[in-house]
Design a protein around this ligand. Structure first.
Ligand code: FES
Ligand code: FES
Length: 165
């Protein structure tokens, strides 16, 4: 441990980690390089594009402008945590089926933002989805298919909930 390193405790996709990090270590670098979770992408590195979006205690944040030490004690969700038991998350299925991605660079951040959108509103309108995903830039899809994928995932998730209840 270097003299300036700090100890942090974080839970990432349900797994607890204790780590030593420099105070200026960015959360995105901690996730990608220290934990090997390279699914979170780096784009602008200025908090603009949203491709580095992860959930911190359920809220979407830009991991390129967040220090790892700021996540101490928090629960972090990344794209690697979406699939469960070999089954893709409904959002992943819908993005695949509705062609909500092309190059895929924005996709991890878009998926995590979409998780937050559906947690806040399980039955959004297309206009509400469009407005909510405006925080994340996509250079390929034109957003139409992404919007359709989020609406489709919302319907699947509501149906699953109804069956379960
Ligand atoms: S890489 Fe973080 S917002 Fe663009
Ligand atoms: S799919 Fe290429 S940037 Fe969104």
């Amino acid at each position: 441990m270097t003299p300036t390193a700090c100890t942090i405790n974080v839970t990432v996709n349900g797994h607890p980690h204790v780590a030593e990090v420099e105070p200026r270590r960015l959360l995105v670098d901690f996730l990608r390089e220290d934990l090997g979770l390279a699914g979170t992408h780096i784009g602008c590195e200025h908090g603009v594009c949203g491709t580095c979006t992860v959930l911190l205690n359920g809220a979407s944040i830009r991991s390129c402008i967040t220090f790892a030490v700021q996540a101490d004690g928090a629960e972090i969700s990344t794209v690697e945590g979406l699939a469960r038991g070999g089954e893709m998350h409904p959002l992943q299925d819908e993005f695949s089926e509705k062609q909500g991605l092309q190059c895929g660079y924005c996709t991890p951040g878009m998926l995590m933002r979409a998780c937050e959108i559906l947690a806040e509103n399980p039955d959004p309108t297309p206009a509400e989805v469009r407005s909510a995903i405006a925080s994340n830039l996509c250079r390929c899809t034109g957003y139409q298919f992404i919007t359709e994928a989020v609406i489709g995932a919302a319907a699947r998730m509501r149906a699953t909930k109804e069956v379960a209840s």
